[in-house]
Design a protein around this ligand. Structure first.
Ligand code: MTE
Ligand code: CO
Length: 426
């Protein structure tokens, strides 16, 4: 998809070797001279004393120097903390897995404390045998394990009205990507017996949580039987309280609101409930004032995470790693292009790994920055052939009344000093 040459040119290693040969360029690449640098020439304290013993931290936390890599909220966005949102520090992370401790949280009535012993999951409605499972029951069904992104439908929502939040964490941080372990929803529905539901084509499941908001949502049976998962582990360990401990629903590729936390009940129905969360919320109001409902899959999207407003270029001209994330709720990412000039020309970025279905993909573009200003953009393409739209293209179709489902191309203006800001290009 790139319309200028593919960036499979000299590797960074090749570049550094070349730079070393010319001497002068080495400084630009960031290497230091050994002479006169006490960190090289003198024995340091950490090499001449003992470190902490293995029992000092039974459960480790990030080292103190990383204390700014945390979830953050924007106070004026929501009326109070109980029904609020914070943002994943995507600008400071690399790779694709989001550690649970800094994965954004969104709850409508606060995060609840629910013990495994007190956990019950009911399946009722149009099933042969309504069932109630304990946590231990769930652990005895065959398990699966897969990595998926969860994106809140409101992610990037403030961008409809212009460039208001200055940082990838705030514009794109309502997303996380975890490796889940659990039981497929299909297995549990079949355990309860779906024969009673008859023809499954027009059937639905209504899923709700144990918290006061319940966050009830209707999911078409086809999706429920396809790839939904009743998950109890994330990134290898128990779900954190804020992500739904002990059990949450995973609805791959679909808007985060459907991923019910503290999952307590699944009812098989012959129609959708049309609850609050699927009517007055998470619908898209169009230019003519009508609202579009059932926007479930999150369309292909990407963002440059560094450089970005919270990650300015501090090293000056020379080798620069541009990196970001891409994802699609409709399948795997196949390509990501990066533009340095606001979308006039594009170069194909390098995917760190081939795209995985409904999971984050990391991309890199290694350039030799000449110190001139850039209008940095990225655009994702998925396996359906869909290409991430510009803001203008999206506004043409959706108008300006939307809050949710904004997957437009994001622009960071990077000035000659390396500082980056959220801007719009027309
Ligand atoms: N499930 C329950 N029970 N209660 C909630 O408030 N919030 C939903 C969804 N599931 C919510 C819920 C919304 S809007 C989103 S975006 C995701 O959970 C957020 O999941 P996270 O907090 O793990 O990031
Ligand atoms: Co949400």
């Amino acid at each position: 998809m790139g319309d200028s040459s593919n960036n499979h040119g000299p590797s960074r290693r090749g570049f550094l070797k070349g730079a070393a040969a010319t001497g002068a360029a080495l400084g630009a690449a960031g290497a230091v001279k050994a002479e006169g640098d006490p960190l090289i020439t003198e024995v340091q304290e950490w090499a001449s004393s003992l470190g902490e013993g293995v029992d000092a931290t039974p459960y480790g936390m990030p080292i103190e120097f990383e204390s700014d890599v945390v979830r953050r909220n924007v106070e004026w966005l929501t009326a109070d903390q109980i029904s609020s949102i914070n943002f994943t520090p995507i600008h400071a992370l690399d790779g694709t897995i989001t550690p649970q401790g800094c994965a954004f949280e969104r709850h409508h009535s606060g995060a609840i404390t629910l013990k495994k012993e007190d956990y019950r999951l009911m399946i009722n409605g149009l099933v042969d045998t309504p069932l109630v499972f304990t946590y231990e029951d769930l652990e005895r069904f065959p398990r699966s394990q897969q990595t998926f992104f969860l994106e809140c439908a409101a992610n990037t929502g403030m961008e409809w009205a212009g460039s208001q939040l200055n940082g990838a964490q705030y514009t794109h941080g309502m997303i996380h990507n975890m490796e889940y372990t659990g039981v497929s929803l299909r297995t549990l529905l079949e355990e309860a017996g779906l024969d009673a539901a008859g023809d499954l084509k027009d059937k639905w499941v209504y899923v709700e949580g144990a918290d006061a908001s319940s966050n009830g949502r209707s999911i078409p049976m086809e999706k429920a039987l396809d790839d939904c998962m009743v998950a109890f582990k994330a990134n290898g360990e128990a779900l954190r309280m804020e992500h739904g401990y002990p059990v949450r629903l995973v609805v791959p590729g679909w808007e985060g609101n459907m991923w019910v936390k503290w999952l307590r009940r699944i009812e098989v129905m012959d129609k959708p409930v049309e609850s609050r969360e699927e009517t007055s919320k998470y619908t898209d109001t169009l230019e003519d004032g009508t609202s579009r409902k059932w926007t479930w899959a999150m369309d292909a999207k990407s963002v440059v995470t560094s450089p970005s407003p919270q990650m300015p270029i501090k090293h000056g001209k020379g080798p620069l790693v541009i990196t970001g994330l891409a994802w699609s709720g409709n399948g795997a990412i196949t390509a990501v292009d990066v533009s340095l000039d606001g979308g006039v020309t594009w170069q194909e970025a390098r995917l760190a790994e081939p795209g995985k279905k409904m999971a984050l993909t990391r991309f890199y573009l290694d350039i030799n920055w000449d110190g001139s200003e850039m209008f940095l953009q990225s655009r994702a393409m998925d396996e359906t052939g869909y290409v991430q739209p510009t803001k203008a293209q999206l506004r043409e179709v959706r108008g300006l009344n939307s809050i949710y489902h904004n997957n437009c191309i994001q622009t960071w203006h990077v000035n000659a000093k390396g500082e980056a800001n959220n801007v719009e290009v027309s």
